[in-house]
Design a protein around this ligand. Structure first.
Ligand code: PBG
Length: 330
């Protein structure tokens, strides 16, 4: 047997031992890469969300406990979403900029108790409207861009005044990043960041979230006139470019796993911080797969989160954040 019949290069060599696999890892995932989305309720106790096994809506006291947990696990930031009581939802979503709304009270309460944890707050009207849309609808049901943007500016200012660290507009209106940046500067919030939901797709993966914030039953029609068509990638780059030019500090791609190609293209085109949102339907899919024995839960969680880092993400919003941080810390 001549030597030539053996491969000169064996890529399995570096995989042969655990120490070597660790030494050669090209990507690392740490708790500092995670943003933990939390739902807020006006109620007293913990309210499990049926569509998201293991995820609950939290009262103020519960939120503070979760913030301490995040701090102790090394998770740098929380993302907050309110389930606004039904009687406060209106056609125009005015509750979104009430300085005393559920969101603003949660921001102030957490900031007071656990100031070292960052707070990212969602800007969009869907948890506050009677029709479940992210903006104001005209008499034909069309979501009006510029009138909506005015409401979003008010909402963003209320959140910044309450102590939000990152304003994250998830509404997909045109021009809102620039308007919000200008308003934040004018109100003295120079260091409040904007993470733009820049490439947000009209996705089938948001169902459980809409249950959690109580908008699923309300939503009339779909969000295709403002969220992106899953067929499009170039358009995502235009969205990102526009949001950056208007002052976004970082951009988000959402959903996550079905759009890894978009993450790669955004990262290679712009070299800015890119975040992914592993959304509610993705979480539910992993939990469902684990529940029927189709895969090991912990392995699925860590593999999908690593995929976002490998694709170029600076960080990931995931409902598995605390669980993943525990696995990583073990
Ligand atoms: C609303 C908003 C949505 C999500 C975050 N902000 C839902 C939607 O656009 O309908 C989805 C997050 C998830 O599914 O986990 N503006």
């Amino acid at each position: 047997m001549s030597i030539a019949s053996y491969p000169a290069l064996r890529l399995r060599r570096t995989r042969a031992a655990d120490w070597s696999r660790r030494l050669h890892a090209e990507t690392v995932l740490t708790p500092a890469d995670l943003i933990w989305p939390l739902f807020i309720t006006e109620g007293e106790g913990e309210e499990p969300v049926a569509a998201l096994p293991g995820v609950s809506r939290w009262s103020m006291a519960g939120l503070v406990e979760r913030a301490r947990e995040a701090r102790d696990l090394g998770i740098p930031c929380l993302a907050l979403f309110p389930n606004t009581p039904a009687h406060l939802r209106t056609d125009l979503g005015e509750e979104s900029y009430n300085a005393n709304n559920l969101m603003c009270r949660a921001i102030a309460t957490i900031k007071d108790a656990v100031p070292e944890v960052g707070l990212l707050t969602d800007v969009a009207l869907d948890p506050y409207t009677t029709h479940g849309h992210d903006g104001l609808v005209d008499d034909r049901g069309y979501v009006m861009n510029d009138a909506t943007a005015e409401q979003l500016v008010r909402q963003a200012l209320a959140q910044a005044r309450a102590g939000a660290d990152i304003i994250a507009p998830s509404d997909m209106m045109d021009g809102r990043i620039g308007l919000i940046r200008e308003a934040l500067e004018g109100d003295g919030h120079h260091n409040v960041q904007i993470m733009a939901y820049a490439a947000k797709y009209a996705s089938g993966f948001y169902g459980p979230f809409r249950d959690a914030v109580g908008s699923r039953g309300l939503l009339k029609g779909d969000k295709k006139t403002y969220q992106m068509d899953p067929a499009n990638a170039e358009e995502a780059l235009r969205e990102v470019s526009l949001d950056l030019s208007e002052g976004a500090d970082s951009v988000m791609v959402k959903p996550g796993l079905p759009y890894l190609d978009i993450i790669v293209r955004v990262k290679s085109s712009f070299e800015v911080p890119v975040f992914a949102y592993q959304v509610s339907g993705e979480y539910a899919m992993i939990e469902a797969a684990a529940a029927v024995g189709a895969g090991d839960r912990d392995a699925l969680v860590l593999e999908t989160l690593m995929a976002f880092k490998r694709a170029g993400c600076t960080g990931v919003l995931t409902y598995h954040a605390a669980h993943a941080a525990r696995l990583l810390g073990a």
